[in-house]
Design a binder for this molecule. Structure first.
Ligand code: F6P
Length: 490
């Protein structure tokens, strides 16, 4: 907030994302709020709480659907509002084409190189473009000046930066791509590769989690566009407009609000053991994610199977608790993953379990942030085994939850977070045997070593928190705005 006042006086901030930060559902006639399982929302919500402004998103809750509550604008957070939530209502057909289709059957597998073949349909592309137009109109409606700062979020809105630039040429558009960007050859299979890159180059600043993803984008712009690439300053100029391409590793709020009011670790442990029916003296490993095929859920279960097979001393003592929120279940690849996970867990449980001992416990439902933090606090180790992931904030949340400086993080080297959390046990999720070995090492790690590693990781997350992520982008934006003013005056 101070940064905005000092560096960007009078600036107006608008955020655009598909997912809304508060979902208003109707349960037994009452409106119940839900916080979505979304890295994007966990990162940006505290920033908006601090800065104020307007967040434009698709209205997705069940209470939004009935006409009574169909308010376009609601002040949030409820109880202590600091910014405005502007909902854009999408029809089922728009959602099918734009969200399920192009975004999640096309761009999601394409960018994650996840061996799930991307699907590209003309009809989805048309809807995607039309929905991007609708959000561009919403930005213009919400902007009270001709030079707002618009924070465009994610792969749902690749075309939006250009559309905003056309409507509001003086806007500062900061686009953040929350998922990986693949190499140029992989990206080139997208039938609309030029349009997508052109859309993104409407941005003033284009951010990715890692330098590696920035370089991949620069390579794609170089190959497919008539643009000028300045590698030294990491920028792309197209049609006289320059876009800065920078790495801004996303993070979480510090201190995390879900930590406030948490019981001591021993009590969290007792609560989790009771709620999920775990053995009282269990060594607990946890995984917390959306039920997504990029997260390596099956690979993790295979590793648990291998651990219990090769280290029978853990049988009866080791439990793996997987909290998985159903997501995008309308899509075949997602429902198939859920069914396969349940089947595989049952198979492994049958192999290694016995009366009163179930090695793998699945909790398939939505988990609110405070419950997630309680689970983290109950764990001896947390496993993040993404096959590919932009950043992965679960890894950072686990670290943030452990103010006792205990617990071990087993982290995929293919998650952006592994660049920053190098004191985790870094694994290749495709290598079952080595992942099982890392779990065994984590279970045997001394409390002193756990403390040393956790201490360093907590320092990293504390310093590089989400306010710094947002501040770095806004400071870069402030500099560019000042420079543009100087050049305009010269
Ligand atoms: O953080 C990455 C992300 O893809 C966000 O874009 C998205 O909000 C989140 O994961 C969850 O996905 P969805 O919004 O489709 O439920």
């Amino acid at each position: 907030h101070r940064l905005l006042m000092e560096e960007l006086p009078g600036a107006e901030v608008l955020v655009v994302s598909n997912r809304e930060p508060y979902i208003h559902n109707r349960v037994d006639g009452e409106i119940v709020l839900q916080r979505p399982a979304s890295g994007l929302v966990s990162a940006l919500e505290p920033v908006m709480r601090a800065c104020g402004g307007t967040w434009i998103a698709h209205g997705s809750g069940s209470a939004d659907r009935d006409t009574v509550d169909r308010n376009d604008r609601v002040p949030v957070p409820p109880g202590d509002p600091t910014y405005m939530l502007r909902r854009v209502w999408l029809s089922d057909e728009e959602q099918d084409g734009y969200y399920y289709g192009l975004a999640n059957e096309g761009l999601w597998p394409l960018c994650h190189i996840s061996f799930v073949r991307p699907i590209f349909r003309d009809e989805d592309w048309r809807r995607y473009r039309a929905v991007n137009e609708r959000f561009a109109d919403a930005v213009v409606q919400e902007a009270s000046r001709d030079d707002p700062i618009v924070l465009v979020q994610d792969y749902h809105f690749a075309l939006l930066p250009r559309m905003i630039r056309e409507r509001l040429p003086r806007a500062t558009v900061i686009t953040f791509w929350h998922i990986p960007w693949p190499n140029a050859e992989t990206f080139s299979i997208c039938p609309w590769r030029e349009e997508i890159i052109d859309g993104l180059l409407g941005s003033t600043i284009l951010g990715f989690h890692t330098r590696f993803h920035c370089n991949n984008f620069l390579e794609a712009a170089d190959r497919f566009m008539e643009s000028r690439i300045d590698r030294e300053h990491a920028s792309v100029t197209l049609g006289g407009h320059e876009t800065m391409v920078r790495a801004y590793p996303i993070s979480i709020e510090w201190p995390p609000s879900a930590l406030a009011g948490q019981a001591p670790v021993a009590e969290c442990r007792a609560a989790v053991i009771g709620r999920f029916g775990l053995p009282p003296d269990a060594h607990i490993a946890v995984g917390v994610e959306r039920f997504d095929y990029t997260k390596g859920l099956l690979d993790r279960i295979h590793a648990v199977d291998d651990l219990l097979g090769t280290h029978p001393e853990w049988r009866g003592k080791f439990v793996y608790l997987q909290a998985a929120s159903p997501t995008r279940s309308k899509l075949g690849a997602y429902s198939a993953l859920q069914a396969e996970t349940v089947r595989l867990a049952e198979e492994v449980n049958a192999r290694h379990g016995r009366d009163g001992y179930t090695p793998i416990v699945l909790s398939i439902r939505h988990h609110e942030p405070t419950e997630v933090f309680e689970i983290f606090r109950a764990a001896d180790l947390c496993i993040v085994s993404s096959l590919h992931d932009g950043m992965n904030l679960v890894a950072k949340e686990f670290v943030a939850a452990r103010d006792d400086e205990q617990g071990v993080l087993v982290l995929s080297g293919f998650a952006g977070a592994s660049r920053e959390l190098s004191e985790a046990l870094i694994v290749n999720p495709y290598d079952t045997r080595s992942m099982a070995a890392a779990m065994d090492a984590a279970l045997r790690m001394s409390t002193a070593e756990q403390r040393e590693r956790m201490h360093l990781m907590r320092d990293m997350v504390r310093q590089r928190n989400v306010y710094r992520w947002a501040a770095q982008m806004l400071l870069d934006a402030a500099r560019l705005r000042k420079r543009a003013r100087i050049l305009a005056g010269a």
